[in-house]
Design a protein around this ligand. Structure first.
Ligand code: ADP
Length: 179
């Protein structure tokens, strides 16, 4: 499903982020940028070793939670990978929503800065970091919606949800935002 926000399109798709033909994809990394499982592992496998050599060379100090750093995209169809670090869910009283909002917003700012017309996000923090999917969907979609309303860029923001349950959670939230 998709919604238009002015001239920009916000869409939800069930699929694999490594296959997306967009200018930039977002990686849900860890703060050491050390690689890992989940979407991080899939992106590094598909992108090849240049992603890791670039993060190690340019960002040896890693990346703080709620922020993001850019690299090129190696063998991926995208031009850039924005490596962001979402919060680990610790019950919701430890600033998790602000940190998740900041992760999305920083990536959207990087997309504008790198003149990307299209960017694809995974459901940051909803895997091993344990963020409840419905709450993550609210924060993610509100943040993207607000950014597109204000900035009118990038022209396409795609949330790529790996499984049906996550897609359903995001679709319910997007529908309720339209109601
Ligand atoms: P985090 O540590 O931020 O929770 P994970 O990689 O464990 O990151 O999970 C984040 C989300 O990415 C989960 O919803 C997971 O199902 C999803 N995911 C895993 N592999 C892929 C992929 N290839 N494309 C898109 N999403 C993926």
């Amino acid at each position: 499903m998709f919604v238009m926000i002015g001239a920009c399109r916000l869409e939800l798709l069930q699929g694999d982020i490594t296959r997306q033909q967009v200018d930039a994809i977002v990686n849900a990394a860890n703060s050491e940028l050390a690689g890992g499982g989940g979407v991080d592992g899939a992106i590094h496998r598909a992108g090849g070793p240049t992603l890791m050599s670039e993060t190690s060379a340019k960002f040896p100090q890693g990346c703080p939670t709620g922020s993001a750093v850019p690299t090129t995209a190696g063998n991926l169809p995208a031009k850039f990978v924005f490596h962001t670090v979402g919060p680990i869910w610790r019950g919701g009283q430890e600033g998790e929503p602000d940190l998740l909002r900041s992760a999305f917003k920083t990536c959207l700012e990087l997309a504008v800065e790198h003149q990307c017309e299209s960017v694809a996000f995974p459901a940051i923090s909803t895997g091993v970091y344990g963020y409840p999917k419905d709450l993550a969907a609210e924060t993610a979609l509100q943040t993207i919606h607000e950014f597109l309303q204000t900035t009118q860029q990038p022209k396409l923001v795609r949330m790529v949800l790996f499984d049906g349950g996550t897609y359903g959670a995001f679709a319910r939230v997007l529908e309720s935002m339209l109601a």
